[in-house]
Design a protein around this ligand. Structure first.
Ligand code: ADP
Length: 222
């Protein structure tokens, strides 16, 4: 499902080049739940951004769900993201002027236009947000915001979910609700890459990858 060959990423910065990834090889089969751990700055978010075609590698090859990402035009990358990838971030990144339902519906891809609103309503109900549909993000708790963001990530039934510290701003109860949602998505066949420092979150994964200094240090099964 995800194949990375010799991926390197260099960011130019005023004070010099940052080698964020230095030759990452990774193969994740369809339906695998992988947790990625490692110290801050080791390249975890950069790795997710490349898998999700938000960023391009400086060198190397990334193939995700059969798409060679380097071959896609900017429009092709946008369609790939909408069709194939769900993103969940630590800071939720909801649009503040839209309601909960509007935030989820705004992410519906053209292919899902016919049933997008129905799916959005159904996901929000499943995540305990039926009565919050008309609220704006500022009126929600952190847990409710993250569940809204997950509904948005799942509305197009993506094959791959990329979650970057999704429990980082949540208390333990809300964190375990989020992990239960991710586990459920995985049980239904979804592929998950989860960046986390959280022990409880790591325990849900089938495989834990440790990164250090832009490289994969160890890929161990739990
Ligand atoms: P992690 O997610 O493990 O904390 P990141 O992938 O965010 O690591 O960052 C890896 C390295 O790349 C860090 O040194 C970070 O400062 C640098 N970096 C990340 N994004 C950028 C960017 N857009 N421009 C310049 N440097 C960046």
């Amino acid at each position: 499902m995800i194949q990375l060959d010799h991926i390197a990423k260099v960011y130019p910065r005023a004070d010099g080049l940052v080698h964020a990834l230095v030759g990452v090889n990774l193969e994740v089969p369809r339906g695998r739940f992988v947790a990625i751990r490692g110290p801050s700055g080791c390249g975890k978010s950069t790795l997710l951004s490349i898998v999700g075609a938000l960023g391009s590698p400086t060198s190397g090859r990334a193939v995700v769900a059969g798409e060679d990402l380097a071959a896609l035009s900017p429009g092709g990358k946008a369609r790939f993201r909408a069709r194939t990838i769900g993103f969940v971030f630590q800071m939720f990144h909801l649009l503040p002027y839209l309601t909960v339902l509007e935030n989820v519906v705004a992410a519906v891809s053209p292919e899902h236009r016919a049933d997008g609103v129905r799916r959005a309503v159904e996901l929000l109900s499943r995540f305990g947000l039926a009565r919050r549909r008309g609220h704006r993000p500022a009126e929600l708790s952190a847990g409710e915001r993250q569940r809204t963001a997950i509904a948005r990530a799942m509305v197009n039934q993506p094959a791959v979910l990329l979650a970057d510290e999704p429990t980082g701003n949540l208390d333990p109860d809300n964190a375990s609700e989020v992990m239960a949602i991710l586990a459920d998505y995985h049980r239904q066949g979804g592929t998950v890459l989860l960046v986390t420092h959280d022990e409880a979150a790591t325990a849900v994964a089938q495989q834990v990858i440790l990164m250090r200094d832009g490289a994969i240090e160890d890929a161990a099964r739990t």
